[in-house]
Design a protein around this ligand. Structure first.
Ligand SMILES: *Cc1c(COP(=O)(O)O)cnc(C)c1O
Length: 389
């Protein structure tokens, strides 16, 4: 089981980002964690090994990443996975048929698809509610509720869930609170401070930050739950490869340098969009016009680079998307380069149209992931693209 080194929890965020979970390699003292490309480990004798038996269960490169991100979140245990979805799959295997889950109605489309199309077949039951209102969470709780699962800010509508209130409701009902912290990263939001029990990330996004791997990670504090999650990871084989773990670990070393720049660019671009389109068309938690701006300020220390914009029709959305040059048309987010996407036909295509409409994921909605380029160039690109609308 991967537990954070105790001394890693004491250093400042930047020091942890660079050093936590990593020790000089013992053979030559290499400062960088090696990529342990191995499937198995030679044993000294029957029943005697160095703590490693087979690489599905444990890999030292993966463990360095797990300790690193656990230390950034301020948690005791970390488990890295093949993807954010692999991580959610292993987490959901902690539960059994008959258990009930309350989750944010606007959550990542792939998570909704996993629950709706697959896990319901295994007897798990789900209530999707507007978790912006803690009372709705409370109303959905049943004696069988074991998990409250929130995504905040949510993708792509930037809805904010009050983490402290959600934790209180979950705990009063004997359930755990799981938080998808992908959009903020631990640099801007640390859900354990508000009572969360488990945090997960798609490391594909801000934690890696360079758009060159797919991965997921879960951080938690409870020793028994951690042992069960490690068991699921190994049993289901949802582990990452060591090179992907290494790439994510290289990414986290600069998280504290990248996030302020994403945030700065995000704020300037959001302000420009408001001026261009009006504040009711721009969804960014850092804007005073965001209906939950005060709550966002209470539980986040910055707002990052994710902005959604309502353009009214698919034609207008398409006109803007197709004129962007620096913002590349692509799914995903959180990399150093800026991306632009159309949630209804891309990340949320797996959510049926009626449900999308009900949530507000319209055909006219576009989503920007502001990278860390020169903001003047990004604004010039948008100036050109928005000229048509
Ligand atoms: C991308 C994403 C996921 C899924 O992660 P993968 O690494 O793509 O499997 C989950 N939640 C959010 C908020 C995401 O952006």
């Amino acid at each position: 089981m991967t537990r954070v080194y105790d001394d890693d929890l004491e250093a400042g965020f930047a020091t942890r980002a660079i050093h936590a979970g990593q020790r000089p390699e013992p053979l030559a003292g290499a400062i960088m964690t090696p990529v342990y490309l191995t499937s198995t480990y030679v044993q000294d004798a029957l029943g005697e090994n160095k703590g490693y038996e087979y690489a599905r269960g444990k890999n030292p490169t993966r463990e360095a990443l797990e300790r690193n991100v656990a230390a950034l979140e301020g948690g005791r245990h970390g488990f890295a996975f093949s993807s954010g979805m692999g991580c959610v799959t292993a987490i959901m295997m902690l539960f059994k048929a008959g258990d009930h889950v309350v989750c944010s109605e606007n959550m990542y489309g792939g998570v909704f698809r996993l629950f709706d199309k697959i896990l319901q077949n295994f007897g798990l039951t789900f209530s999707w509610v507007d978790t912006r209102d803690p009372q709705r969470i409370a109303d959905a709780m049943t004696p069988k509720t074991r998990l409250v699962f929130v995504e905040t800010p949510s993708n792509p509508l930037m809805r904010i869930t009050d983490l402290r209130a959600a934790a209180d409701v979950a705990h009063r009902g004997g359930a755990l609170l799981l938080v998808d912290n992908t959009f903020s990263s631990p640099y801007f939001q640390r859900p354990f401070q508000f009572g969360a029990d488990m945090i997960y990330h798609s490391t594909t996004k801000y934690l890696n930050g360079h758009s060159d791997m797919i991965g997921g990670i879960c951080v938690l504090n409870d020793d028994d739950l951690a042992a069960r999650l490690q068991f699921n990871l190994n049993s289901a084989g949802t582990n990452p490869g060591p090179f992907d773990a290494w790439l994510a670990l290289r990414g986290t070393k600069t998280l504290h340098l990248r996030m302020p720049r994403h945030d700065e660019n995000g704020r300037q671009i959001a302000a420009w969009l408001v001026e261009r389109l009006g504040e009711d068309k721009v969804i960014y938690p850092g804007l005073p016009s965001h209906p939950q701006h005060a709550l966002a300020k209470r539980q986040m220390t910055g707002f990052g680079g994710m902005i959604s914009v309502e353009l009214g029709t698919k034609e207008r959305a398409n006109a803007v998307l197709s004129r962007c040059r620096l913002f590349s048309l692509a799914e995903s987010l959180g990399g150093v380069e800026s991306l632009i996407s159309h949630p209804a036909s891309m990340t949320h295509a797996s959510v049926d149209p009626a449900r999308r409409a009900q949530l507000g994921i319209t055909e006219g909605l576009i989503r920007l992931s502001c990278g860390v380029e020169d903001v003047s160039d990004l604004l010039a690109d948008l100036e050109h693209a928005f000229h048509v609308v």
